[in-house]
Design a protein around this ligand. Structure first.
Ligand code: GLV
Length: 331
């Protein structure tokens, strides 16, 4: 008998077909909402699950599910998983790094340019019929070319963003938990600075750090107060890194020039104050959403699930495992 797995949300049919070679697949192609209780009920008797960043899988969810051995996230970020609890329960956790790096960095650039040059605000202006004649200061924005780019969190996506900056003649500053090796810094033309200097000196600040207790509200009122009034801020990483209420206030007060946000505290809810300030570009967590990349993420999550449950050509060696100790304990 094949092991059973759950796929929590609708997904590309070829991914279901791929999994079905090895498993009895309980899919959710109708995309029904699974709250924590429904998720736990559907996980009963399952050996693994293909989940996504909106599925919270913690110790309570996995308690009393002895058959569960693998939780495979279709996302690079995994703050939705309680990894210590999964590890303690002997459950392998995986994510989908690398395949989304360039697509996410492209989108970071889209959000940055839209924010600095007020693209969505301009479109709303035009659609509302307000464009009656030319004026010298209509919707003027901030330059990217020749400006100083700040990157908070210099992992794979931060580095991909830094590489794009060279075409815009930008100086790149960054802050990270640890400084990059000198040759990597040289290749990226990026200079390590303190977080405070990053806030003070950046013309455009991109947030690409992982979310956790240490990065909760890494950008709040005090940090926004250090930024230039002409600066823009882009959050590509996770809701909760920015204090959204403090940001809405700073935007309203023109403490900073503008913001671009792909992620929100408590998403899919959005702080209502952010919905009423004009100088913010808002997108619904789509940074990795290109056709090619979403398929690659889904396939990588499926390959992780197959391998973590000791099936397929990579049996026992899931390609991108978060808690490798669990796999090695099993061997
Ligand atoms: C998306 O937010 C991801 O972490 O992949």
């Amino acid at each position: 008998m094949k092991p059973s797995v759950l796929v929590t949300r609708a997904i590309y049919p070829e991914v279901i077909a791929h999994l079905a070679q090895y498993f009895d697949v309980d899919d959710n192609q109708q995309d029904a909402v699974l709250d924590a209780a429904a998720l736990k009920a559907r996980l009963a008797g399952k050996a693994g699950v293909l989940a996504n960043a909106a599925d919270r899988i913690d110790g309570d969810v996995v308690a009393g599910l002895p058959a569960l051995r693998a939780v495979c996230n279709m996302a690079v970020g995994y703050n939705n998983l309680d990894v210590p609890a999964l590890t303690a329960a002997g459950i392998v956790a995986t994510n989908t790094p690398d395949v989304l790096t360039e697509t996410t960095a492209d989108f970071g650039w889209a959000l940055l340019m839209a924010t600095a040059r007020r693209v969505t605000e301009a479109e709303h202006y035009l659609r509302a019929g307000k464009w009656q004649r030319w004026s010298y200061d209509m919707l003027v924005g901030m330059d990217l070319y020749g400006s100083t780019l700040g990157i908070l969190g210099m992992g794979r996506i931060g580095q991909a963003l830094a590489r794009r900056a060279s075409g815009f003649g930008m100086s790149v500053l960054y802050h990270n938990r640890s400084q990059l090796p000198a040759d990597t810094e040289r290749a990226l033309s990026a200079r390590y600075v303190s977080k405070e200097d990053l806030l003070r000196q950046s013309d455009h600040l991109l947030l690409v750090l992982p979310y956790g207790p240490q990065s909760h509200h890494a950008i709040g009122a005090a940090e926004l107060a250090l930024m230039k009034p002409t600066a823009t801020l882009v959050n590509l990483a996770r809701g909760g890194i920015v204090d959204d209420a403090a940001l809405a206030q700073a935007l309203r007060d023109k403490r900073i020039f503008g913001a671009g946000l792909d992620v929100f505290e408590g998403e899919p809810s959005v702080n209502p104050d952010l919905l009423t300030v004009p100088n913010v570009v808002l997108t619904p967590h789509i940074a990795s959403a290109s056709e090619k990349t979403r398929r690659a993420m889904a396939m990588l999550a499926a390959d992780n699930l197959i391998a973590a449950l000791d099936q397929g050509p990579q049996a026992g060696h899931p390609p991108t495992v978060i808690n490798p100790d669990v796999m090695s304990r099993r061997r």
